[in-house]
Ligand binder design. Structure first.
Ligand code: NAD
Ligand code: UDP
Length: 315
């Protein structure tokens, strides 16, 4: 009898990160069920796997329970861009709380291991810099980012309570800003905004004075970290991000020098509660997963710009 394949459920699998994870697992010959409500995900992102015998695509909202037979649940379903998660903040909080609750219920029923895509946003506007996993964060519970930040915090809580009460196997990844091909042109996140603006010969919009920092991880590096976390023995929470820290102005400079150095940088108001700085400590990931990013921002921008150029040209 042939060895049975690992059956993976990827919630949010048609989204930016999820679709790259689908590719990696499909290329490894595993079975993949991609589940998505297509709020920010696109069928196009997983179109290459249609009709493949190991692949299934399900339209479903994780705020509703679902019964499936799977071994591993990669729980990524949740809009990640502030523009999208603030579009309907109550729905975002429901997605994080009810969605994670439903997926943990499924994991418990079928004995699957669940990996939660948590976020550096659990650190809020951090008072400790850079951020280790032991830092408990500085989140405004009633601000416009709270639906996402607090949603992910309670999702982490649910995971640990399922582990303590029911022995459910969990893995928690705290993902820092990630970019790469397949981000939506209207996603609203800074890397996609700057690239799309530059390709359209528009000024690049710095919110505030552009002195706030982020640390940008290329999507292939992140997916490698997620896979190592799922396959390893360490529960987390564990930071997955690239420690290379850049001001937003530096990012704008990097993008425009690759596309059109003549473009203007213009300042727009800084959104409420926008974190001033963010940089991961990744010692735990190095020790426990043998993982660290391999692709610099300068390197990762090239394929990302090429992907946006091709998609914008195709219309
Ligand atoms: P994305 O918006 O591209 O993908 C999210 C996916 O989830 C989309 O396909 C969307 O349609 C789907 N989805 C949203 N709500 C759903 C629901 N209720 N039911 C079913 N599907 C739903 O975002 P992404 O950047 O790919 O992020 C993926 C995950 O990683 C998210 O959980 C996000 O919080 C986390 N994360 C991402 C980053 C990043 O920088 N990309 C950083 C930290 C955490
Ligand atoms: N940002 C910006 N211009 C834009 C979009 C975003 O200056 O067109 C800033 C934003 O205010 C934040 C940073 O870039 O300080 C990262 O924003 P993003 O939405 O990508 O991620 P997050 O704030 O969730 O880390």
């Amino acid at each position: 009898m042939p060895a049975s394949l690992t059956r993976n459920l990827i919630t949010g699998g048609a989204g930016f990160v999820g679709s790259h994870l689908v590719d990696r697992l499909m290329e490894a010959g595993e079975e993949v069920i991609c589940l998505d409500n297509f709020f920010t995900g696109r069928k196009q992102n997983v179109a290459r796997w249609h009709n493949h015998p190991n692949f299934e695509l399900i339209r479903h909202d994780v705020t509703d329970p679902i019964r499936l037979e799977v071994d591993r649940i990669w729980h990524l379903a949740c809009p990640a861009s502030p523009v999208h998660y603030q579009f309907n903040p109550i729905k975002t909080a429901k997605t994080s709380f009810l969605g994670t609750y439903n997926m943990l219920g499924l994991a418990r029923r079928v004995g699957a291991r669940l990996l939660l895509a948590s976020t550096s946003e659990v650190y809020g506007d951090p008072l400790v810099h850079p951020q280790p996993e032991s830092y408990r964060g500085n989140v405004n519970t009633h601000g416009i980012r709270a639906c996402y930040d607090e949603g992910k915090r309670v999702a982490e809580t649910l995971c640990f309570d399922y582990q303590r009460m029911h022995g459910t196997e969990i893995r928690i990844a705290r993902i820092f800003n990630t970019y790469g091909p397949r981000m939506l042109p209207d996603d609203g996140r800074v890397v996609s905004n700057f690239i799309v603006q530059a390709l359209r010969a528009q000024p690049l919009t710095l919110y505030g004075d552009g002195s706030q920092t982020r640390s940008f991880c290329y999507v292939d590096d992140l997916v490698e970290g997620l896979i190592r976390l799922m396959n390893g023995e360490h529960t987390g929470p564990i930071n997955l991000g690239n420690p290379g820290e850049f001001t937003i102005r530096q990012l704008a400079e990097l993008v425009r020098e690759r596309i059109n150095p003549e473009l203007a940088l213009i300042c727009e108001p800084l959104p409420q509660d926008d974190p001033l700085q963010r940089q991961p400590v990744i010692d735990l990931a190095k020790q426990q997963l043998g993982w660290q990013p391999t692709i610099t921002l300068q390197q990762g921008l090239e394929p990302t710009i090429a992907d946006f150029r091709a998609r914008l040209a195709a219309g």
